[in-house]
Ligand binder design. Structure first.
Ligand SMILES: [Zn+2]
Length: 443
């Protein structure tokens, strides 16, 4: 445990020193993700946390740190646009998995949404840059902040903004009056509205009121598609209705979070305690915190006997259709709240799930890089640019052994990760993972 803490401290000290440096990637193949292309054997120069140039070998001061990219591929760092990460250890797991941007979609502690977020965004804590959403609901059954009146809704938007949240996340049981007031005040305050279907409103009206993002694909089941027949409650919608959903989100320019892996993982454990036991025994579960392990073991999903398999299959077809229609999709891992979803690893699960759904590697990787960058640029005033390898963008980079547009599995094995200009090589990343595992084992 002492060794783990020391390792973390040394990485912290090293990271803090790295920022002022100029760092050059030499002879590296770049997948910039601005469009589907590769820039072969080029140079990428990073200064002060941002990409300064791609493709030009400027005269560099003596002693400039060089990273040999020969035979390797440099892609934008990954974005996990739906998680519930609230600890510095989980930030280390994200970083070790190549994640350089995260959006906490609820249950962030004040300390995380304030202090940790600010420290991570300054580079004082190793991890991705952090955005947070403040969740409001109409009743306390899910443990969310309850908002009843329009006055309360307007007040909480202002408070969330003052406390550094980038988004308001609306939840199922909010009243129509509270939703309307919240959406209007969010426009005034310049803070984005994201989240679930609000049962009293419905996605069509929510998107028309300016909701910028739907937080799960399955929100369309309750919020848009016709209700299933009473004698077959888990029947999937008719595929013919997919076009209507696509027309709706395209009409409003709404972003949709792809969470195929989450839904599939939930479906797999419904009514099956043995599946949850297997999740707890899986190799990646050694990184899960004791509190999350207890939550996993106690989760109610295993007690429900519902067969969601036809809906899981429908979601895959729906996401593929959205990708082909040009709907802005962003990838979310939803860890660690759902049993089986480990921070960082879950995002790779989502990328794999998108590929299994028939998305091309370009489409899947776009949902984890460039599209999150576009979404944040559109919804968070003053946020830095990220998600593309180009001058002026945050130096969030992932170095891998193969071309991920041909072999996307390479993304799971980073040779190194740069976040905001701070470089962590494979040894440092492994040290972070081992450090977290040691802390968990010492409990
Ligand atoms: Zn979630």
């Amino acid at each position: 445990m002492v060794r783990a803490l020391l390792t973390l401290w040394l990485m912290f000290a090293g990271a803090a020193l790295a920022r002022a440096e100029t760092i050059v990637f030499t002879d590296v193949n770049v997948v910039p993700m601005d469009r589907e292309r590769v820039i072969a054997r080029t140079t990428v120069i990073v200064t002060d946390g941002a990409i300064a140039s791609v493709g030009r070998m400027a005269k560099l001061p003596a002693g400039t740190k060089a990273i040999d990219g020969k035979g390797a591929w440099l892609v934008p760092g990954l974005a996990d646009m739906h998680n519930h990460v609230t600890s510095r250890d989980d930030l280390a797991l994200l970083l070790a998995n190549g994640v350089t941007t995260m959006l906490n979609m609820g249950e962030a502690t004040n300390a995380f949404a304030g202090r940790t977020r600010i420290a991570a965004n300054k580079g004082e804590v190793p991890g991705p840059q952090i955005f947070t959403a403040f969740v409001v609901d109409g009743d306390p059954q899910y443990g969310h902040f309850v908002v009843k009146t329009p006055d309360d809704a307007r007040a909480i938007v202002r408070l969330a903004k003052a406390n550094g949240y980038s988004f308001m996340k609306v939840y199922t049981n909010l009243s129509a009056e509270a939703f309307a007031a919240l959406a209007a005040e969010a426009k005034v305050q310049g803070i984005g509205v994201v989240g679930h279907n609000v049962a009293a409103v419905g996605l069509a009206k929510q998107l028309a009121a300016g909701q910028a993002m739907v937080a799960h694909v399955e929100e369309f089941f309750t919020g848009f598609f016709p209700e299933p027949p009473a004698d077959d409650q888990q029947a999937p919608p008719d595929d013919a209705r997919i076009a209507d959903a696509i027309a709706l989100v395209k009409a409003h320019g709404t972003t949709v979070t792809s969470d195929l892996f989450t839904y599939r993982t939930i479906a797999a454990q419904f009514g099956k305690p043995e599946v949850v036991k297997a999740y707890l025994a899986a190799p990646d579960a050694r990184y899960v915190s004791p509190a999350d392990r207890i939550d996993w073991a106690r989760s109610g999903y295993q007690k429900k006997a519902v067969d969601l398999s036809r809906r899981v299959a429908f979601e895959a077809r729906f996401v593929k259709a959205m990708a082909n229609a040009g709907v802005p999709l962003i990838a979310g891992g939803d860890a660690p709240t759902i049993p089986g979803l480990v921070p960082g690893f879950a995002l790779h699960g989502e990328i794999d799930a998108m590929l299994s759904a028939g998305l091309t590697p370009w489409q899947a990787l776009s949902a984890a890089t460039r599209t999150p960058g576009t979404f944040i640029a559109k919804t968070v005033p003053g946020a830095g640019k990220f998600g593309i390898v180009a001058p002026g963008y945050r130096a969030d980079l992932l170095l891998v052994a193969d071309n991920p547009l041909e072999k996307p599995a390479t993304l799971r094995e980073p040779l190194g990760v740069m976040t905001g200009g701070r470089w962590y090589d494979a040894t440092a990343l492994k040290g972070m993972l081992d450090g977290v595992a040691e802390l968990r084992a010492a409990r």
